[in-house]
Structures are given as structure tokens and as C-alpha cells.
Design a protein around this ligand. Structure first.
Ligand SMILES: Cc1cc2nc3c(=O)[nH]c(=O)nc-3n(C[C@H](O)[C@H](O)[C@H](O)COP(=O)(O)O)c2cc1C
Length: 403
């Protein structure tokens, strides 16, 4: 038999610690989000369906993205015990300069559509947190305006090569003049991938006012209000477009581009060159021979070729083949700090994140992007400590077993 007593007020009082009341709804939702998956849930509620799907979705049956995420989930960490991890330092070299965390914000198109604060929000967080940001050719804030919003951020410009080559030269010159440090050339979009969610949702840019979108406006009034009362959605690098994303990509992009064109890029851009969208060891070698300062193993977040190689799977072989001559980065499917640490252990010098920060942006603008970084930051430090390492250099293949 357990002896019982009636609790006295003096015993109860110290246990009563009500959560401080946060009146601002966005602040409250962001504070309650403990993971990137939580931010995604908030994002989904706060953004019109077609915009959320454009961001969240991938190409065709979305197998590339699912497989990439699956491999991150299925890998097994191998921790090493009894190391002093009282100070963990996640600082990482990215093309010769330290980044405070082992990732950069990947280039993403149409960012101002996900939330009206758009690219400016992202570059401000990049500046505050000391991590680089790659502005997309398809960005919705100009090269110069992004530079003005984040004058001290490390900025890279992501180039898509267009049929009109002089337009590309012009963009590179503007990026150079505005203080962008590196050029990131994306090479996995000779034609647009089939984003079936967009086609099914009748998604266009800017969003068209149809019966469906007007009904949607009733359930997402703040998003529509912000869209309609801020500067119209135009692009960083072309004046306007109204149609589907796939049509736009196909109209602009040059399917004739080959590796020989890297010489043309080199002639127009004398700074560091990052090649994004590498999917075989052989291609990693080819672009390294052509002088890439970093290669990004990526299948574009599963948005191009479906059933493409899983970048993480490719990583150890690529790191072995070219890792002593160029930096090897990886993206696609990263949703946590532990994913990032696993990639570093398997040979990546650094990573890029796409949707992880876009979910934050959709959930709460600049504060949401900041929340995404704070979540990843804690996860990165915690995973490093639990693995028994205090710097990213100590991470190695002994820390991860792939299935
Ligand atoms: C909404 C969205 C737009 C994107 N736009 C671009 C782009 O304009 N240029 C580019 O090189 N990559 C683009 N990407 C691909 C990202 O740079 C990155 O490779 C991808 O998001 C990584 O996968 P993750 O989202 O799983 O992190 C885009 C990705 C998303 C989700």
C-alpha cells in the first residue's frame, strides 16, 4: 500500500510554471516548431496549395526526392565515446572562406511568391548567421536589391545559361559589380523537369485569378494581401512572364550547352566557379578538369530527372575521385542537422539546403528562415557532440554506415 497525502499549496506552487503567453501568432507558431518537418506543417497551412506544392513537389512520380530522403533516414551513425565535446565548432570552409555552419542557402526561383519578404529575408538571415546565399537566375528580387539588403552577406549568383548568351554575360557582369563572390552554374536543366503537381494545380507565375485561386484567397487572406500589396512579381533577371514555370524554363534555357561552354563562362567570370547538378563520378572529373572550384552533387531536389542517382550515395566515390582537387558539396533531401553531419562524414566539404529554409520562409518570412537555421544549428552541434567530434574536420566515414 502506498501512503497518500493531500498536496499543500506550498508544494504545488513551485510546479506551476505556465508557458509565457506569446501574442504574435507567427512568433508562437515558429517557437513551437522544433524541427524542419514542423515548419513544413506550418508552411502548408499558411500558403496557398499551389504555391506550397510548387515548393514541396518534385518531378514526375517524385521518386528521386523520396529516395534521397529515405537514404538519409536509413543510414546509421557510428558514435565514438569519451571525447571532450564541451566546445563544438561547426565552422566549415566553403571555397576558401569559412561559413559559420556547414551549409549554404541553395538558389531557389520565385522566392517572393512563397512569402512576400522573399530573397531579402533570406539574404538578411545569411548575413546575420554568417552563411552564404546563392541568388537564383529565377529570383524575384534583383541582383542589386539583394546586395543592398545583405551588403555584408556572402553572396553567390546562380546562372542558368540561356539561349541568349549576351543576357548571361550581362548577369555575370551585374553580379560582379554588386559584389557577388562566386558564380554557381547549374547544369541539370537542359529542359524543364515534369512537375506534375504544378500542371494539376494549374499553377502559373504570377498566380492567375481563377475561381480556384479566389476560393483559396478566402482561406489564405494574408498571403494574397501581401502578394497584391507589394511590388509585382517580376524576376531578378527578366522583366516579366505569365505562364507555367516549365514553359518559362523551356523558352529560356539552352539545350545545346556542352562542357566546352565552360570556357565561355570562364572568359566572362574570373572569380570562383561552382558547378551544380553533377550526378556521376565521370562528370565530376570532367568539370574538375575544366577548373571547377566546387562541384555540387545534386539532382535538383528531385525536380528534374526522376529516378536520378541519390547524391549522398554518389558522394564517397566522387570525394575519392576529385576531393583532393576541388570541393565536393551535396544537396537534395536534407531536412535536419543530422543529415548535414552525415553528408560531411561521407566526404562532403559542405552542403546546400533548399526546401528546409523555404518551409521556414513560408511559415513566417524572415523570422521563419531564421528559425530554420536555429533548428539546424542546434541539431548540427548536438549530432557532432553525440558522435564524439568537436570540429567538422574530425568527421569521417567511420561515423556513418550506409545501408
Ligand atoms: C522551389 C525551388 C526552386 C528551385 N529553384 C532553383 C533555381 O532557380 N536554380 C537552381 O539551381 N536550383 C533550384 N532549385 C534546387 C535547389 O537549388 C536545390 O538543389 C534543392 O532544393 C536541394 O534539395 P532540397 O530542397 O531537398 O534541399 C530549386 C528548388 C526548389 C525547392
Amino acid at each position: 500500500m502506498t501512503d497518500r497525502q493531500i498536496p499543500s499549496w506550498s508544494e504545488l506552487k513551485p510546479l506551476m510554471r505556465p508557458k509565457p503567453l506569446v501574442l504574435n501568432g507567427t512568433e508562437r507558431r515558429l517557437a513551437d516548431a522544433l524541427t524542419i518537418a514542423d515548419l513544413r506543417t506550418v508552411a502548408r497551412k499558411r500558403t496557398p496549395r499551389s504555391v506550397f506544392d510548387y515548393t514541396d513537389g518534385a518531378a514526375e512520380a517524385e521518386i528521386s526526392l523520396r529516395r534521397a530522403r529515405h537514404l538519409f533516414r536509413e543510414l546509421e551513425f557510428q558514435p565514438s565515446i569519451l571525447h571532450d565535446v564541451s566546445h563544438v565548432d561547426p565552422t566549415t570552409d566553403m571555397i576558401g572562406t569559412p561559413s559559420a555552419l556547414p551549409f549554404a542557402f541553395a538558389p531557389t526561383g520565385f522566392t517572393r511568391m512563397m512569402n512576400h519578404e522573399g530573397e531579402r529575408a533570406v539574404v538578411r538571415v545569411a548575413q546575420r548567421r554568417g552563411i552564404p546565399y546563392a541568388l537564383s537566375t529565377m529570383g524575384t528580387t534583383s541582383i542589386e536589391d539583394v546586395a543592398a539588403a545583405g551588403p555584408d552577406a556572402r553572396k553567390w549568383f546562380q546562372l542558368y545559361v540561356w539561349k541568349d548568351r549576351s543576357a548571361g554575360e550581362d548577369l555575370m557582369a551585374r553580379a560582379k559589380a554588386a559584389g557577388y563572390e562566386a558564380l554557381m552554374l547549374t547544369v541539370d536543366v537542359p529542359v524543364a523537369g515534369a512537375r506534375l503537381r504544378d500542371a494539376r494545380n494549374g499553377f502559373s507565375i504570377p498566380p492567375a485569378l481563377t475561381v480556384k485561386t479566389v476560393v483559396d484567397a478566402a482561406t489564405h487572406p494574408a498571403w494574397w494581401m501581401n502578394l497584391l500589396t507589394t511590388e509585382p512579381l517580376t524576376f531578378a533577371s527578366l522583366s516579366s512572364w505569365s505562364g507555367t514555370v516549365a514553359d518559362l524554363l523551356d523558352k529560356l534555357f539552352d539545350p545545346t550547352m556542352t562542357i566546352a561552354d565552360l570556357e565561355w563562362i570562364r572568359a566572362s567570370w574570373d572569380g570562383p566557379l561552382i558547378i551544380k547538378g553533377i550526378q556521376t563520378v565521370e562528370d565530376a572529373r570532367r568539370v574538375t578538369d575544366a577548373g571547377a572550384d566546387a562541384v555540387v552533387l545534386s539532382n535538383h531536389g528531385g525536380r528534374q530527372l526522376d529516378r536520378a542517382p541519390v547524391p549522398l550515395r554518389l558522394l564517397p566515390d566522387v570525394a575519392e575521385a576529385v576531393g583532393d582537387r576541388t570541393q565536393v558539396w551535396v544537396d537534395t533531401g536534407i531536412l535536419s542537422g543530422a543529415d548535414i553531419i552525415a553528408a560531411l562524414a561521407l566526404g562532403a566539404d559542405a552542403t546546400l539546403i533548399g526546401r528546409a529554409y523555404l518551409y521556414g520562409l513560408m511559415a513566417g518570412g524572415e523570422r521563419g528562415v531564421d528559425r530554420a537555421v536555429a533548428i539546424l544549428d542546434r541539431e548540427i552541434r548536438r549530432t557532432m557532440a553525440l558522435l564524439g567530434v568537436s570540429t567538422v574536420k574530425e568527421l569521417g566515414p567511420q561515423h556513418v554506415r550506409l545501408p
